[in-house]
Structures are given as C-alpha cells and as structure tokens.
Design a protein around this ligand. Structure first.
Ligand SMILES: [Fe+2]
Length: 246
C-alpha cells in the first residue's frame, strides 16, 4: 500500500514522530506575511532538479564548540531552498541544537516556535532537518496538573522525512535509514513511515517513543500539538537527555 493511501488511516498513522525542540516564551509569536520568495509562484516547486549545498559537520564547530550562528545560516539556506518564508527576524527566532553530540549534520534539529498556548492547549511550530539529519528518539511525559502528555502531528512542506514510532518493526524495508553512531542507542521505536510534501502523520498514543530522519535533501514541516513542555521531553540516549535539559 502506498504511503499516500495511508494518510487518513488511523492505523497507518499510528507510528510517527514528535519534536523535542524547546518552547520559547508563549508570546514569541511569528506574524504572517513577508515571504522573500518572490520568484516562487504558488504551486510550483522550483527546487525540483536542484540540490542543496553539501553541509559538512566541520562547518558547524568553532574551537570544538557548536556554532549556532553557522547552523542557523544553514537552516536558512534550507528554508529558502523550499521557499519557506524568511523574514528579517527569522534567524533570531530559530532554535538549533546538535543535542550535544558534536555531529550536527547527523543528529540535530532546528525549529521556530510559532505558538505554545498553555491556556487553550495548542502548539504550532516549524521544524527543519538538514539532509540525513536525525531527530533523536524521545517521548513526552505528562506535565503536572490536568494537562495530558503531548500529542503531535506533522504536515510536510518540503523534502521528506522518515517518521518512526512504535509498532511493527519495518525498518528493514527502509535500508536507506542509517542510525548515526552519534545516536548511540538502538531505537525502540522501529515502525517507519516516509512522509513527503502534503502528507500528514501523527502520534498514535501518549508516551509513544518517536524519532525522525530526513531524506537526502532535508525536510521542512509544520508540527501541531496540544502543548509542549520542555521538562517533559525524555530522550532515549541519556547524554542527549542531559544536554537537552541543562
Ligand atoms: Fe516529540
């Protein structure tokens, strides 16, 4: 069965990814408009047949330290490639992380939190994965109070991603998925679903382990969730978790 046919099947959407990007202040809300891509008529994918520049891990480290500025520049290159809006304040709004791995091109994530509304419990953010970059395995525990554990879904805008969550182990069907050594744990979530632009996937249950890995031209997506709480994100790799929470 083709992925596209699975889109509105609850069973098929059982296994997907969630984001572990931290949440800026709830008031850090991006306003619409101002797209820079004047040469990108709606509905036409100008990136077809083109390739992103090759990102090298060494480009993101200076004196052994993660160079967030360089990482954000790379993400903006990815955004422009897929005609995601880039505004004068975009770089300032970007959150980037290599999760302390020292291998940003292998394990990392970039995000712009659009809204994380605690009172009414909704969240939307844009997620960016560089080519072949892995969002490490994690899950979301229940916050204090009466709020439920985070549930989330992803609407793909550019590139593609493998969203991997719990369910039947089908990783053997995707030999192109390579877990980098910088994620030093075998995933517990082992049911992969390839998501391409226009496709939507979501978690199936609370506390579900999940991770993602982008295709060779990266991925741009919108994540929708009920509520994000940084302290409730738990990562499979202890060192990654410790770095995320510090
Ligand atoms: Fe998540």
């Amino acid at each position: 069965m083709k992925i596209a046919n699975l889109l509105f099947s609850a069973a098929a959407l059982a296994s997907l990814t969630a984001c572990s990007a931290p949440a800026p202040d709830a008031g850090d809300t991006a306003k619409s408009g101002g797209c820079c891509a004047k040469d990108a008529p709606a509905g036409k994918a100008h990136h077809v047949g083109k390739k992103l520049p090759e990102f090298k891990n060494a480009d993101f480290y200076k004196d052994g330290k993660f160079n967030e500025d360089a990482a954000k520049d790379a993400v903006i290159t990815l955004m422009k490639f897929y005609h995601h809006p880039v505004r004068t304040d975009t770089k300032a709004k970007l959150w980037v992380s290599d999760y302390g791995t020292g291998k940003f091109t292998e394990v990392g994530l970039a995000a712009i939190m659009v809204e994380n509304e605690e009172r009414d419990r909704y969240m939307i953010q844009a997620l960016f994965l560089l080519p072949g970059q892995m969002l490490p395995e994690h899950w979301h525990e229940k916050p204090a109070g009466d709020a439920p554990a985070k549930m989330e879904g992803w609407y793909i805008l550019g590139g593609y991603t493998y969203a991997v969550a719990e369910g039947e182990d089908n990783l053997a069907k995707f030999p192109e998925i390579k877990i980098p050594a910088s994620h030093p744990a075998q995933p517990k979530a082992r049911h992969a679903l390839k998501l391409t632009p226009g496709e939507w996937g979501k978690l199936n249950k609370q506390l579900e382990h999940h991770w993602q890995i982008a295709g060779p031209q990266g991925a741009v997506m919108i994540e929708v969730a009920n509520l994000h709480t940084n302290s409730c994100v738990k990562h499979l790799v202890p060192a990654i978790n410790a770095h995320f929470l510090k």
